[in-house]
Design a protein around this ligand. Structure first.
Ligand SMILES: [Zn+2]
Length: 435
């Protein structure tokens, strides 16, 4: 989250709150907090939260604050809540009671920006209703939702108003279909885009069969390996012939022993010398086959999710009461929470279409973006469709097959917006609008 959002909220909550730039010594301040103090030194800042008033400590009083709480042996105290210190320790934020013999630390958040966004959500004008399921949720039930999935190259454009339940349902039911289909995997492999696990997927991971239907697997070096084939023939005299095709003789022997023992026969190495025949089968060229079907309606639903969240990001709470917002939200939520058999019907086509070329060109031109391998560019643009007088969000993941236009309102919603109507991300980070 950006510190500025927290600052806006603090000023809205109490006009007496005051922030200022700080040019003094920040040596005692941990690196993670230094940018905050440099730009928004909380000269006089008090926020209602955590069952009391959180008092932020201005830069010039931090040293004094550290000595007051030195007895706790914590890394860095930067705020207090009714005298209870709120502190930074090993990258995380905690609070503990003051003046008790062995205070227990309670973890508030995993990092500073998360703490500030918690305070901003709680204290600001945003309700803590989830923007998807519309249920009121407590602060620790929200998590950071990537508007465009992380795996498609967005590392920074997130919103904090989707609850953890919805975040995970949408991730597994909707985002994953956009991110893990063969077209996306081809794109992610070419652009070397890591998923949240840090892995870059390979299209060859999806190859399970040769073109003539034989099961294969492909190893990390791209070498195909046949899955072993076994047949069993029983002759009229009751003798049994086992036939195995494996990658190596050793592998074949292991498999034969296993099958035999399952049939109550123990085979020894000597048996292979007397009663086994070995041959070699070569196949010059192995052609892999990927079987997949792609439901365009599901991709459209994933695009609708991106557009709905982006509209909220740009327009704020007012967007939530729009009629089209309602319709998009209902479709997203009913599918995310629906049964696995549920299909997205064609009605999604009223809202989403593949992006027309002229808009694609416009987005490609924005900024002076050099697009090549290892540069991922995502552009999102909220604008008015003048022909229909409606508002649309254009989503372009350049270099990918994913370029959509989504109608987010029947009305034209003109600027000025809460945020600029265009966002461009290069290599995961927002470069436009410029900070
Ligand atoms: Zn929710």
């Amino acid at each position: 989250m950006k510190f500025s959002k927290f600052v806006d909220m603090a000023l809205e909550q109490n006009p007496h709150n005051r922030f200022a730039k700080f040019n003094g010594n920040v040596e005692i301040i941990p690196d993670e907090l230094q940018p905050f103090y440099r730009t928004y030194n909380p000269v006089n800042v008090q926020i209602e939260d955590f069952g009391g008033d959180v008092l932020f400590c201005p830069a010039n009083e931090l040293e004094e604050l550290q000595s007051k709480y030195a007895y706790l042996g914590v890394q860095f105290v930067f705020a207090t809540c009714n005298d209870a210190p709120i502190f930074f320790h090993d990258g995380r934020i905690y609070i503990c009671a003051h003046g008790v013999r062995k205070p227990e630390w309670e973890e508030l958040t995993a990092d500073v920006s998360e703490l500030l966004s918690l305070l901003a959500v709680k204290g600001g004008t945003q309700s803590n209703k989830c923007i998807m399921c519309s249920k009121p949720k407590s602060l620790n039930e929200f998590s950071s939702e990537h508007i465009i999935p992380y795996a498609l190259g967005n590392h920074t454009l997130t919103i904090d108003s989707v609850c953890k339940d919805c975040n995970s349902k949408i991730g597994s039911r909707i985002d994953s279909l956009l991110v893990n289909n063969p077209l996306a995997i081809m794109f992610r492999e070419t652009m070397e885009l890591q998923g949240q696990s840090g892995k870059i997927p390979h299209l060859s991971d999806l190859v399970k069969h040769t073109s003539d239907g034989r099961a294969i697997s492909i190893d990390a070096n791209g070498i195909p390996k046949f899955m072993p084939l076994t047949y069993k023939n029983e002759d009229e005299d009751g003798s049994i012939m086992l036939h195995v095709e494996a990658s190596t003789k050793e592998e074949g022997i292991v498999i034969l022993k296993k099958i035999a023992s399952r049939n109550g026969v123990i085979l020894n190495d000597a048996d292979f010398e007397t009663s086994a025949r070995f041959g070699e089968i070569t196949q010059e060229q192995v052609t892999g086959r990927i079987d997949f079907s792609l439901d365009l309606n599901v991709l459209f639903l994933a695009a609708a999710k991106i557009a709905y969240e982006y509209a909220y990001y740009v327009l704020g709470d007012t967007y939530l009461s729009d009629r089209t917002a309602d319709a998009l939200r209902n479709m997203i939520v009913s599918y995310a929470y629906g049964s696995k058999e549920m299909v997205v019907d064609n009605s999604i086509g009223q809202f989403v279409m593949l992006m027309p070329e002229p808009i694609k060109d416009l987005i490609a031109k924005c900024g002076t973006l050099k697009i090549n391998k290892n540069t991922s560019v995502i552009a999102l643009l909220l604008g008015i469709n003048e022909a229909t007088n409606s508002t649309i969000v254009n989503i372009s993941i350049l270099g990918s097959p994913f370029n959509f236009s989504v109608k987010i309102s029947d009305k034209s919603i003109p600027p000025p917006y809460k945020k600029d109507g265009m966002t461009v991300l290069v290599n995961g980070d927002i470069i436009f609008p410029l900070e």
